[in-house]
Every structure is written in C-alpha cells, then in structure tokens.
Design a protein. Structure first.
Length: 80
C-alpha cells in the first residue's frame, strides 16, 4: 500500500504542482509470459541442467560468483 500511495498519490500531486504530465506504466503482474520466465529461472537453479537461456549476443553470466567477484570496500565519500 505504501508504494501505491507514493506513486499514485504523492507523485501525482507533485506532478500537478509542477505542471508535469504523469502516466503510470502498467506492470507485468501475473502475465503468463512473466510467470513462465520466473518458473524457467527457478528451474535453471533447481534442476541439474547446465543449459542456461539467454537472449541477444551476450551469454548468461556465471552461476556462482568467483572469489572476490563482488567485493565491496566501503570508504568515505570524496570531499566536495
């Protein structure tokens, strides 16, 4: 409900004050193609099948991050 309030009420009111047109895009919700995609992604992880689906000219990424792949070293932001 909070997201609906933020998007549909607060954002709309702000757009009205700023004289900006606002159109809310539809979401995929429970569209059968979206649900099928989620099911296929889960099956890729659960089943013992090395085949990974991908679209375009890029291949699927790795299944398990190599050591130090996602290293994050927090630091102080640069001075302004």
């Amino acid at each position: 409900m909070e997201v609906l309030f933020d998007l549909d009420t607060e954002a709309y009111e702000l757009c009205q004050r700023l004289n900006v047109n606002m159109h809310r895009a539809a979401t995929v919700g429970t569209h059968p193609r979206f649900v099928r995609m989620i099911r296929e992604l889960i099956s890729e992880r659960v089943d013992d099948n090395p085949v990974r689906l991908a679209l375009g000219d890029k291949l699927p990424g790795h299944d398990v991050c190599p050591v130090d792949c996602c290293r994050y070293t927090p630091g102080r932001p640069p001075a302004r």
